[in-house]
Write a protein that binds this ligand. Structure first.
Ligand code: CP3
Length: 340
């Protein structure tokens, strides 16, 4: 049994003394201990070496002490396993030298044996579980099919992902074939993570907000929902769609256990749109961690008062920024523990 089970209780809609808290991208560059490892090993070496991935995962648990750990890895290990070359350029982000742009390109993409291609992730989970010693739960994750598709087609990060959207609108059949292959791989990948020991999974739809509400249903949600349907019998699933407030109603009717919201949606609106019962997670503006510590604490307390202590998981509205002072990150977490 997990000693600190606040996070799991919130996912189960059970009452809590205070809401649990963790931060998206909590294993990251704002921590000097993370940067020390980053200076020695390149990005995918860190992902592929279980000892490094496990160590990076537990760093925030020791330093800022959130109520859940999230495995250090990346959403782009999935397209890598599907035969697509993915590089991580220092200070620039993902780089895919051979982006998918045609039906022939899609045909070459395969649904891999996840144990063969992603076994290193499962080894990292097993090692992390040993290191955590059941103190806090471990979250596993995957990108949403749409968000993975965005990188596969665009070939790099983008402000608008026009090329990825253009591929959907001009070659919908090929786009759907690729989205389905990513979905099938992701389902097997996440089942393997559960078997290896994660206590919940989160699906990151970081670029869902690039789509209109109608296109969102066709190109993102229907695939996320296949994952939710496949995984919900065996674990708790959190769906985080950045900029996807318009889909909260549909998401709230699914078998997801919690929905992530960003800071552009008020607590009141998120509760209303999602139907009022499902656990919500978020939504502190990551830039707000640059405010003075007393302001951070005051705003966190206001946020908890607005969402309510139950059916709620405190988090940022997106990943923590690299320039956040560690004591500000710690203040965010401490504020939740001090709330009453
Ligand atoms: O949350 C955690 O602490 C776990 C680790 C984690 C990483 N990536 C490590 C990482 C998680 C959950 C992710 C998910 C991820 N990766 C997403 C979805 C969440 C989001 O932020 O929207 C996306 C879109 C990616 C793709 C990706 N990986 C980008 C765009 C970048 C470069 C941008 C950046 O922040 O530098 C990465 C690299 C990456 N993934 C880093 C980390 C800690 C930084 C680079 C490094 O460590 O060298």
């Amino acid at each position: 049994m997990i000693k600190n089970d606040l996070f799991l209780r919130a996912l189960n809609n059970e009452p809590v003394s205070r809401p649990p808290v963790w931060m998206m991208r909590q294993a990251g560059r704002y921590l000097p201990e993370f940067r020390a490892i980053r200076d020695k090993y390149d990005f995918f070496t860190r992902c592929r070496t279980p000892e490094l991935a496990a160590e990076i995962t537990v760093q925030p648990i020791r330093i800022v002490q959130p109520d859940a750990a999230i495995l250090f890895s990346d959403i782009l290990v999935v397209p890598q396993a599907m035969g697509i070359t993915v590089e991580m350029k220092e200070n620039q982000g993902p780089w895919l030298p051979n982006p998918i742009r045609s039906a022939q390109d899609v045909e070459k993409v395969f649904v891999p044996d996840v144990n063969e291609t992603l076994g290193y992730v499962y080894d990292a989970i097993k090692l992390t579980k040993q290191m955590l010693n059941d103190e806090v739960p471990l979250i596993g994750f995957a990108g949403s099919p749409w968000t993975i598709f965005c990188y596969c087609v665009e070939g790099k990060g983008s402000k608008s992902f026009d090329t990825a959207k253009g591929f959907c609108f001009s070659q919908p059949e090929a786009a759907h074939a690729l989205l389905q292959k990513i979905t099938d791989t992701t389902i097997e990948y996440l089942k393997g993570k559960v078997a290896a020991g994660v206590n919940a999974v989160q699906i990151f739809d970081s670029w869902g907000g690039m789509l209109s509400p109608v296109d969102y249903q066709e190109f993102s949600w229907q695939y996320i929902n296949q994952i939710v349907e496949a995984l919900s019998p065996m674990t708790k699933v959190i769906v985080f769609g950045k900029g996807c407030w318009f889909a909260l109603n549909e998401m709230g009717k699914s078998k997801a256990s919690a929905l992530g919201v960003d800071w552009t949606c008020s607590a009141r609106n998120a509760r209303y749109l999602s139907g009022g019962k499902i656990t919500l997670q978020g939504n502190f503006d990551p830039s707000r961690l640059l405010s003075p510590i007393p302001t951070i604490k005051k705003m966190v307390h206001q946020m908890i008062d607005e969402f309510g202590k139950d059916n709620y998981i405190v988090n940022l509205g997106h990943g923590i920024l690299p320039n956040i002072p560690v004591d500000h990150a710690k203040a965010f977490i401490d504020a939740v523990k001090e709330w009453n």
